[in-house]
Design a protein around this ligand. Structure first.
Ligand code: PEP
Length: 253
């Protein structure tokens, strides 16, 4: 089937950069004009407005790394979807494994956040991934299928194509240990199969599935060549413009 998807390279800055450092990196990234693929930068909440201003006119999307599923009100410390769009956010990472591991995010919470993001026109980048123990026990496929099904529970056929999934094996995040292109392709293909069985082949061919986990300027091209890998979610290598822009270049396929 013809590939209907444009690649997306999304940076996840995590809890890095001070205000001045963030401005400097955003200014370097603003040199990007007409990128060869879709590009997004997910900064800490504090810098989203600045990012949207500095990157305006470049085509680079701006995003958050989390959000609250509730609309507004007494949720101390949380940030809403309406607040994110009001400062120029286009997308939001949901269910990153660090949030699941350190902040108790559940599959039900991830599902609620996806629905709220969609209702505000924010593109959710939904993370799923297995631990090393799961991989070694041979249950990667089952685990990923369940995570994807729970994340997408109640999402309509119309909305599914607005969702981006990021396959991020936990053992590969921030470790320098990348999944091989074959390993990554196998799981991204499996995710597409899960979407196809629920929403049909045509919808599944329109959903972007990224790989994330120690993707860098050296290994990006090989990973991005795989037919079911539609881009990358990049942590460490998104913190230096030269590295990130090389990965963006590798997205030209
Ligand atoms: C991530 O945090 O989403 C990620 C993929 O990190 P890294 O690229 O540093 O492994």
């Amino acid at each position: 089937m013809e590939n209907k998807r444009k690649k997306l390279i999304a940076g996840n800055w995590k809890m890095n950069k001070t205000y001045d450092e963030a401005k400097a990196l955003l200014t370097e990234l603003s040199a990007v004009k007409n990128p060869p693929c879709d590009v997004a930068v997910c900064t800490p909440f504090l810098f989203i407005k600045e990012a949207a201003e500095i990157l305006s006119g470049t085509g680079v999307l701006v995003g958050a790394q989390n959000m609250c599923d509730k609309e507004s009100g007494a949720y101390t410390g949380e940030v809403s979807a309406a607040q994110l769009t009001s400062v120029g956010a286009d997308c939001v990472i949901i269910g990153h494994s660090e949030r699941r591991a350190y902040y108790g995010e559940t599959d039900a919470g991830v599902n609620a956040k996806i629905k709220t993001a969609l209702s505000h026109g924010l593109m959710p980048i939904v993370c799923v991934g297995e631990s090393l123990e799961m991989r070694e026990s041979g249950i990667t496929g089952e685990h990923i299928s369940i995570q994807v099904k729970l994340a997408l529970s109640g999402i309509s056929k119309e909305d599914i194509t607005k969702v981006t999934i990021a396959y991020e094996p936990i053992w590969a995040i921030g470790t320098g240990k990348t999944a091989t292109p074959e390993e990554a392709e196998e799981v991204c293909g499996l995710i597409r199969g899960v979407i196809s069985s629920r929403y049909g082949a045509d919808a599944s061919e329109r959903v972007r599935i990224l790989y994330g986990g120690s993707m860098n300027a050296k290994n990006a091209a090989e990973l991005l060549k795989k037919p079911d890998i539609d881009g990358g979610l990049i942590g460490g290598a998104s913190l230096k413009s030269a590295d990130f822009l090389k990965i963006v270049e590798a997205g030209k396929q």
